[in-house]
Write a protein that binds this ligand. Structure first.
Ligand code: F6P
Length: 469
């Protein structure tokens, strides 16, 4: 059998449509995370091209074979917007928004997971390694193992895995665990996610779990070992450093500050427009600081980038309205003709512009209510070659496990967020330098290549163990 020796299966293909109808590599977190690995392995990538009803033949980009999976408009509505982003997403982010449990959505999720599985099974050569990505495809590992027992299967979960008390709400809680347990290695962002998963497995199946190993019944009547462990994801640190060091980006950072009326301090928030990100909590804290006179618009501006996301899902539409109402109110109450309180941008920007914003920002606000990792926190740190700037970081973001030298906040505690913002705004250069150096060391010591190597090494061990059996 011919075919790829390394296959990634993800909801999206790592490409975006150009204005002229061609394709270019997309800038998303997962994509930049896996690009270096794919280039080295000359692998295949199975995924959805991002538009409904688009039927495409496989094509190649940057040495990777791209294998498109077509999703109909109905699939997008039921599998992507419905089960993935209106059931699993809110449930796994601690029910910040209420999950909807719809049987029709579940049926579509099973159907579409099967389609991804079939495409991966066809692309993979004998004994290949297949790496499944994220919560949209939780059933693929077991479906793939059934179709192709010769494969070595990894799964990485980019978002949180909730405590059993919440997970147990899911009407299909057994089926989803069974799906995930089809993998040889199941990777999570935080140790807490891996242990929540192991607990759900113990509660629902009573399988033996020891350290990171889970004894799963095998098709031959015996058992096999599945590894469930934390592999915190990172970023392309060298790439961000290079971008941040460029003259153009540094000049652009200066221009951004001038364009804001040269405030003494620039605060920055960069998020997908998502209720998990705590944007409203952050705005509330900033508004109160202005109202109390602890900050003034002549001296401080908040730049809030909220990139468009999942715009057809109701909860996201409502959130956008609420954020824009809040920003409008704050700006209306506090702006002067020459200075704005909040410069709000409902747009996505290329990496160069992001790096310029990071360099322009004295304070980076990451106040997620729950977040698998939050790569923005790591991007900000990697870009600060000058060892200046303050990262305010939610303890509920996965990045918090590694970035202990940030100013920590509980985003639900508005007084605490206000104090953290003031502390960051007033922080002396010496303390900024000490903290930023420690943060940068953390990020540099564990970049995205280390992440993928760690995960793939664990998969290689699983392969050797399976072969020895
Ligand atoms: O963080 C989870 C995630 O699915 C990422 O993999 C992805 O980059 C991001 O959210 C955006 O999601 P979507 O593909 O739904 O636009």
């Amino acid at each position: 059998m011919s075919g790829a020796s390394f296959v990634v299966v993800a909801n999206r293909l790592p490409v975006d449509r150009d204005a002229d109808g061609g394709w270019r590599r997309s800038p998303g977190g997962l994509v930049s995370a896996l690009a270096p690995v794919m280039r080295k392995a000359e692998g295949a990538w199975v995924g959805w091209p991002g538009q409904p009803d688009l039927e495409l033949d496989p094509f190649e980009i940057d040495g990777t074979d791209l294998i498109p999976v077509t999703l109909s408009a109905e699939d997008v509505e039921l599998y992507y917007e419905g089960f993935s982003n209106d059931t699993i997403w809110p449930l796994y982010h601690d029910v910040i928004a209420a999950p909807s449990y719809r049987r029709l959505w579940w049926d579509a999720y099973v159907r579409v997971n099967r389609r991804f599985t079939e495409a991966a099974a066809e692309a993979a050569g004998e004994g290949a390694t297949v790496w499944v990505q994220d919560y949209q495809l939780q059933l693929v590992p077991a479906m793939l193992r059934e179709l192709r027992p010769d494969l070595v299967i990894g799964y990485f979960h980019h978002i949180p895995f909730p405590a059993y008390g919440l997970y147990s709400q899911l009407p299909w809680r057994r089926q989803v665990l069974e799906g995930l347990l089809g993998a040889d290695v199941i990777g999570f962002q935080r140790k807490a996610d891996a242990s929540n998963f192991a607990q759900a497995v113990r509660r629902l199946f009573r399988y033996e779990t020891k350290a990171s190993g889970i004894r799963v019944p095998d098709t031959d009547g015996g058992t096999r070992l599945a590894l469930a462990k934390a592999f915190p994801i990172s970023i392309d640190v060298a790439g961000y450093e290079e971008t941040a060091a460029s003259d153009d980006v540094r000049a652009r950072a200066k221009e951004i500050r001038e364009g804001l009326g040269s405030p003494k301090k620039v605060l920055l928030g960069v998020d997908r427009l998502d209720y998990t990100k705590g944007i409203l909590h952050r705005l509330r804290a900033f508004e109160e600081l202005l109202a109390e006179g602890r900050l003034s618009v002549e001296e401080v501006t908040l730049v809030q980038v909220a990139s468009p996301s999942r715009e057809r899902v109701d909860t996201y539409m409502q959130l956008r309205d609420e954020i824009e109402l809040t920003v409008g109110r704050i700006d209306g109450d506090h702006d002067t003709v020459g200075h704005t309180a909040i410069r709000y941008l409902h747009q996505a920007f290329p990496r160069e512009e992001m790096a310029a914003l990071y360099l322009a920002a004295d304070v980076m606000l990451v106040t997620a209510l729950r977040d698998g990792m939050n790569l923005v926190a790591k991007e900000y740190v990697a870009s600060r070659l000058d060892n200046r700037g303050v990262l305010v970081l939610s303890e509920f973001a996965g990045a918090h496990d590694e970035l202990g030298s940030a100013v920590t906040v509980n985003p639900h505690d508005i007084e605490g967020v206000k104090d953290a913002i003031m502390r960051a705004v007033e922080m002396k250069p010496g303390e900024q330098g000490r903290r930023m150096r420690a943060l940068r060391k953390k990020v540099r010591d564990h970049d995205v290549e280390d992440w993928s190597q760690d995960f793939l090494s664990a998969l290689a061990v699983a392969r050797d163990r399976a072969q020895a059996k």
